[in-house]
Write a protein that binds this ligand. Structure first.
Ligand code: X8Z
Ligand code: ZN
Length: 599
C-alpha cells in the first residue's frame, strides 16, 4: 500500500516537472541503483555468453555458431542500452568509483551496434561468420589439406622461398571473401559508435586509456620512437643474414624484406629463423628451447604444468582442478575449433581455462606462459566489484605472462631441469638476439594493425584502398613487402586472426613495452644488480606478493595509479626494454655501421 502510494506520488511529481525532468531524476541514488542492477544482470548474462562462446570455439558447428550469434546480439543490445543509460548521469558529482563504473559502461564495447531494429543481430551474424571463415580455413599444399594452425607451422619450418611464397599466398586466398562482410561490419559498428557520441569506432577504442583519445595516439607514437633504433638495427642485421642465405635476387639489400621469409605467417615475430639469421660474428650458441623440450619428451600438458610452476613459485595458488578438466590444451582430432590461443574465465570467479592447440616448440612454450598470465590475472581480480573485474588498460592483461616469461633465463631453465649446464657469458648476445627476434621484431607490427583499423574506421582509407593502405603501413613501419603483387580483390589484413576476430591490437604493442617495465620493477624489488637480461625472479615470493597486489586491483583505478604502485612511475616508458637489449644494440650498431640499413 505504502509502496503504491509512493509510486503514484512520484509519477505525479514527474508530470509536473519541467522538460528536463529526466536529468533531474538522474540522482546519485538512482545512479547507484542502476550500477547495482547492471552488475548483477551483466554478470549472469556474461557467464551465459561465455559458456556459449566456449562451446562454439571448441566445437564449431552450424548450431554452436547460431547460438553464439544470438547470444552476442543480445549482449550487444544490452551493452548499448546500458551505455546510453549511463550517459544520463554524466553531469552528476559522484564518487570516483561510481563515475569509473559509468565510464566503463560507456566506453568498453568493442563493437557497438546502433539501436535500430535488427542491427545487433546483423552485426553478430557477420562477426561469427568472419571468425568461422578464419578458423576453419584450409589450404592445399603438396597434395594435402592443411588446417589453419598447421599453416603457421609450415611458415615456421619451411626454408624454400618458393614454398614459403606458396603457403603465404594461399593462406591469403582464404581472407578474400571476408571483405564484403568486413565492409558492412565497419558501417554498422561505426554507426553504433556515433550513436554513443564518438566520431567513429577508432576514437571509441582510443578512449579507453584514462586519457584523451588524441593524446593516446600521440603516446603510442612516442613509445615507438623510443624503440625504433632497436628495431632498425635488428631489421638491418636480419636483412643482411637473409641476403647471405638467399642471395640478392630474393633479398635485395636496397628493399624491404620479403614478408614470407621471416618464419611467421605475418612476419610479426622472427624467433623461428634464428638459425638463419644469427649474426655471423657470434660464435657461442644460444639456447634452443624447442630442442630442449623435445630432448626431454615434453608434452603439451607438461608445458602447461611447467608454466603453472612459475606462477606457483611466486606464491600464486595452484590452478584449480577444473582448469585441467575443462581446458582445451591440444587440438581435438574430430572437430573444428578456434586454434588461436586464448584464456577464459567463464563465471568470472574460479572457472578459468585456456584454449590452445599446443605443439611442443619454443613459440608455444612462450604462449603457454602468456595464456596462464591471463588466467592468473583473472583470478586475482575476481574479488573486485563486477565492473572492475578487468585490467585498467588492455596492455596490462597481455603483459603479465610475457613479463614472467622474461625470467626464462638459462639459470631458470637449469633450475627446472631443462638445461644441464649454464652457458658462458658469451652466450648472452646470441640469447638476446633470440629474444629480440620475437620481442623487438614484434613492435612495429603491434603498432600498425590498429593504425590500419583506425584509418579504416575513420574513413581515411576507403574499402578500395584497404589492402594498399595495409601494405603501406607494413612497409613504413616494418620494412617488409609482399612476395608478389597483391591482387585487386585481396583482403590481406583478414589473414590475421584479430581482424576477423575483432580483437583490438594496440594492447599487444603496449604489452611489449609494459612487460619490460614490470620485469625491471620486479628485478629491482628482488635486489638484482647484474645486467637486466640475466635477472630471473623465479621463486621470489616477495615479488609475487607485490605483483599480486597490483593484479588484485583490476580495473578499480586508473592504470597510471596501478603502474605507479608497482613500478614507481605513472608513464608507460620503453627505457627498460632499451636497457634490456642494450648489449645487443651496441653489438649490432657496430655490425651495421657500414651497411645500407633502412628500406
Ligand atoms: O593473440 C595473442 C595471444 C592471445 S591474447 C596468443 N597474441 C598476439 C598474436 O598472436 O598476434 C600474443 C602475442 C601477440
Ligand atoms: Zn593474450
Amino acid at each position: 500500500m505504502h509502496k503504491k502510494l509512493t509510486a503514484a506520488l512520484l509519477l505525479g511529481t514527474a508530470l509536473m516537472l519541467p522538460l528536463d525532468a529526466a536529468a533531474q531524476r538522474a540522482t546519485k541514488k538512482n545512479a547507484e541503483a542502476f550500477i547495482a542492477k547492471v552488475e548483477e544482470e551483466k554478470k549472469a548474462m556474461d557467464e551465459e555468453g561465455a559458456r556459449i562462446a566456449w562451446a562454439r570455439a571448441t566445437n564449431i558447428t552450424y548450431d554452436t555458431s547460431w547460438l553464439e550469434a544470438k547470444a552476442s546480439a543480445r549482449s550487444t543490445e544490452k551493452a548499448v542500452e546500458w551505455a546510453n543509460e549511463a550517459k544520463r548521469y554524466d553531469r552528476l558529482d559522484l564518487s570516483p568509483e561510481l563515475r569509473r563504473k559509468l565510464d566503463i559502461l560507456k566506453q568498453s564495447i568493442t563493437l557497438p551496434a546502433p539501436s535500430a531494429d535488427g542491427a545487433a543481430s546483423e552485426l553478430a551474424e557477420i562477426t561469427t561468420r568472419l571468425g568461422n571463415t578464419y578458423s576453419t580455413g584450409t589450404i592445399e599444399f603438396e597434395g594435402e589439406t592443411v588446417p589453419q594452425n598447421r599453416t603457421e607451422t609450415l611458415m615456421r619450418e619451411l626454408r624454400d622461398p618458393a614454398k614459403l611464397e606458396e603457403v603465404w599466398t594461399k593462406w591469403r586466398e582464404q581472407s578474400k571473401p571476408m571483405k564484403e562482410d568486413y565492409v558492412r561490419m565497419v558501417e554498422i559498428a561505426n554507426e553504433g559508435a556515433k550513436e554513443l557520441g564518438y566520431d567513429d569506432l577508432g576514437q571509441m577504442w582510443r578512449s579507453n586509456y584514462d586519457m584523451d583519445p588524441d593524446e593516446f595516439a600521440a603516446e603510442v607514437d612516442r613509445l615507438w620512437d623510443q624503440v625504433k633504433p632497436l628495431y632498425e638495427n635488428v631489421h638491418c642485421a636480419v636483412k643482411y643474414e637473409l641476403n647471405e642465405e638467399y642471395g640478392d635476387e630474393v633479398v635485395p639489400l636496397d628493399q624491404p624484406i620479403r614478408a614470407d621469409l621471416l618464419g611467421n605467417m605475418w612476419a610479426q615475430s622472427w624467433g623461428s629463423i634464428y638459425d638463419l639469421v644469427k649474426p655471423e660474428g657470434l660464435e657461442a650458441e644460444g639456447v634452443d628451447i624447442g630442442a630442449l623440450l623435445e630432448a626431454q619428451d615434453y608434452t603439451p600438458l607438461k608445458i602447461a604444468e611447467t608454466a603453472e610452476g612459475f606462477f606457483t613459485s611466486l606464491g600464486f595458488d595452484d590452478l584449480p582442478e577444473t582448469f585441467w578438466e575443462r581446458s582445451q590444451i591440444t587440438k581435438p582430432a574430430d572437430r573444428e575449433v578456434v586454434c588461436h590461443a586464448s584464456a577464459w574465465n567463464l563465471d568470472s570467479e574460479e572457472d578459468i581455462r585456456i584454449k590452445m592447440c599446443t605443439e611442443v616448440n619454443a613459440d608455444d612454450f612462450q604462449t603457454m606462459h602468456h595464456e596462464l598470465g591471463h588466467n592468473i590475472y583473472q583470478r586475482a581480480y575476481a574479488g573486485q566489484d563486477y565492473l572492475f573485474r578487468n585490467d585498467p588498460n588492455d596492455g596490462f592483461h597481455e603483459a603479465i605472462g610475457d613479463m614472467v616469461a622474461l625470467s626464462i633465463t638459462p639459470a631458470y631453465l637449469q633450475q627446472v631441469g631443462l638445461l644441464d649446464e649454464l652457458p658462458s657469458e658469451d652466450a648472452d648476445l646470441p640469447i638476446l638476439m633470440q629474444k629480440a627476434l620475437d620481442g623487438a621484431a614484434f613492435l612495429p607490427f603491434g603498432l600498425l594493425v590498429d593504425k590500419w583499423r583506425w584509418q579504416v574506421f575513420s574513413g581515411e582509407l576507403q574499402p578500395d584502398q584497404w589492402n594498399e593502405g595495409w601494405w603501406a603501413l607494413r612497409e613504413e613501419y616494418q620494412g617488409i613487402r609482399p612476395p608478389n603483387d597483391r591482387p585487386a580483390d585481396a583482403f590481406d589484413p583478414g589473414s590475421k586472426y584479430h581482424i576477423p576476430g575483432n580483437t583490438p591490437y594496440m594492447r599487444y604493442f603496449l604489452a611489449r613495452i609494459l612487460q619490460f617495465q614490470f620485469y625491471k620493477a620486479a628485478c629491482d624489488q628482488a635486489g638484482w644488480e647484474g645486467p637486466l637480461h640475466r635477472c630471473s625472479f623465479y621463486g621470489n615470493g616477495e615479488v609475487g606478493a607485490k605483483f599480486n597486489a597490483m593484479l588484485e586491483k583490476g580495473n578499480s583505478q586508473p592504470w597510471q595509479d596501478s603502474l605507479e604502485e608497482f613500478t614507481g612511475t605513472r608513464e608507460m616508458d620503453a627505457s627498460a626494454m632499451v636497457e634490456y637489449f642494450r648489449p645487443l644494440m651496441d653489438y649490432l650498431g657496430e655490425q651495421n655501421e657500414d651497411r645500407s640499413c633502412g628500406w
